[in-house]
Design a protein around this ligand. Structure first.
Ligand SMILES: *Cc1c(COP(=O)(O)O)cnc(C)c1O
Length: 418
């Protein structure tokens, strides 16, 4: 039996997809964990590979018909190993969270102690939040950023490591704007006999493009998402030393996943190819330059940057000096009205709850993909400040919305469709 034909196509869903394309391309996308994938990445994601079951690994599958899929997955593995200089790669994790859970399953036992960055200071849910399986199954202890400089404090991390004797130290962040040096984590892990995992979900594209130090030579395991700065399909990936390769593969399949999403694996391979091009180095550098320009322009508008600025693709903005009454929640809502999409975010030691917050997080990966540069960052800072200052004046917000649309029209993301 064929599928529903052209005459009764699901216009509801496809109409909504068109609407979402319109939203993404006529507004400013400043969520630090998002990006615009290439048409090639999207083509692979929407390919016939979604039809195939491929439980297992190349040359070791449970079902037949995997000769081509084996070639695709092997290509993804070879490329990502080369891109990051890793001994071994597993490209099957469905997401960053799945990659992290597989690492815990493969390397430690339930109840074991792990040391990671506190969620409200920039860590991720999967780094031991009490509502996440990581925090439920393992004994996570947390370090926090320094009270005055709002940066990682390696003396504190070392003290906690000596006190708690973790089996694993998790480095990596989800809303921390500064460079993460891998060597001090390695030194502490070695001193207390812990393994070291580096979660570069946010910064994988910066690492691949040479705009951030590469932790692969120092870490036992590196995990990342392929859809953030790396600009691939939604998904995860794990890199390991040869010593942990078998344990990690076993923890992904059959440990925590079933059939891999080979359409996503193919799209990851395409993204790795794109990240190997010289133009990707320029892209990564420009993301960082744009973030620095945007941070500076925002501080001129009266905002405070957590830690004083950024070395990466993101910044966390403290709204309190700009307007003590203004919350992150209200900012996110009114900026959405103006066509500027970002997310509320706790600042370190935030007096407000994670649902309200005193800050917002802003990232430049998407606008940089569009081709925007430093002059546009100054405009974006102005649009944000004008919207927030006039948040009770719908006419001004509508004026900004029109300016945002005009700016985005000058930097089209995807070719116009007929
Ligand atoms: C985004 C992120 C993840 C999780 O990725 P998902 O694909 O959303 O599961 C894990 N760790 C860090 C540090 C992240 O920023």
């Amino acid at each position: 039996m064929p599928w529903p034909s052209e005459t009764n196509r699901d216009t509801e869903v496809f109409g909504l997809i068109d609407k979402e394309r319109e939203r993404q391309t006529t507004g400013l996308q400043l969520i630090a964990s998002e990006n615009f994938t290439s048409p090639d990445v999207m083509e692979a994601t929407g390919s016939v590979l979604t039809n195939k079951y491929a439980e297992g690994y190349p040359q070791k599958r449970y079902y037949g018909g995997n000769a081509v899929v084996d070639e695709i997955e092997a290509l993804a593995i070879e490329r990502v190993k080369k891109l990051f200089g890793a001994d071994h790669a597993n490209v099957q994790p469905h997401s960053g969270a799945s990659a992290n859970m597989a690492v815990y399953l493969g390397l430690i036992k339930p109840g074991d102690t792990v040391l990671g960055l506190s969620l409200d200071h920039g860590g991720h849910l999967t780094h031991g939040s009490p509502v996440n399986a990581s925090g439920i199954l393992y004994n996570f202890q947390s370090f926090r950023v320094g009270a005055t400089d709002e940066r990682l404090d390696f003396d504190q991390i070392r003290d906690l490591a000596i006190k708690h004797k973790p089996k694993l130290i998790v480095a990596g962040t989800t809303s921390y704007p500064r460079r993460l040096e891998p060597q001090p984590f390695r030194a502490i892990a070695d001193e207390v006999g812990a393994l070291m995992m580096f979660d570069i979900a946010h910064i994988a594209g910066l690492v691949a493009g040479g705009a951030h130090p590469n932790p692969v030579p120092y870490a036992d395991v590196v995990t990342f998402t392929t859809h953030k700065t790396l600009r691939g399909p939604r998904g995860g990936c794990i890199l390991t030393t040869a010593a942990h390769a078998a344990a990690i593969d076993k923890a992904v399949f059959p440990g925590s996943q079933g059939g891999p999403l080979e359409h996503a694996v193919a799209a990851k391979a395409v993204a790795f190819h794109e990240a190997m091009q010289p133009s990707f180095k320029e892209y990564a550098q420009q993301i960082v330059k744009n973030a620095a320009a945007l941070a500076e322009a925002l501080s001129k508008q009266g905002f405070r940057l957590v830690s004083g600025g950024t070395d990466t693709h993101m910044m966390v903005v403290d709204l309190q000096p700009f307007d003590a009454e203004l919350t992150g929640k209200e900012s996110q809502l009114v900026l959405d009205e103006a066509g500027i999409t970002l997310n509320k975010n706790n600042i370190p030691n935030d007096p407000r709850s994670p649902f309200v917050t005193s800050g917002v997080r802003i990232g430049t990966p998407s606008v940089t993909t569009q081709g925007m540069k430093e002059p546009e960052m100054a405009l974006i800072a102005e649009y944000i400040a004008t919207t927030l200052r006039n948040r009770n004046n719908p006419a001004v917000v509508a004026e900004v919305r029109a300016k945002v649309a005009a700016l985005c029209a000058k930097f089209p993301v995807y070719p116009k469709r007929a």
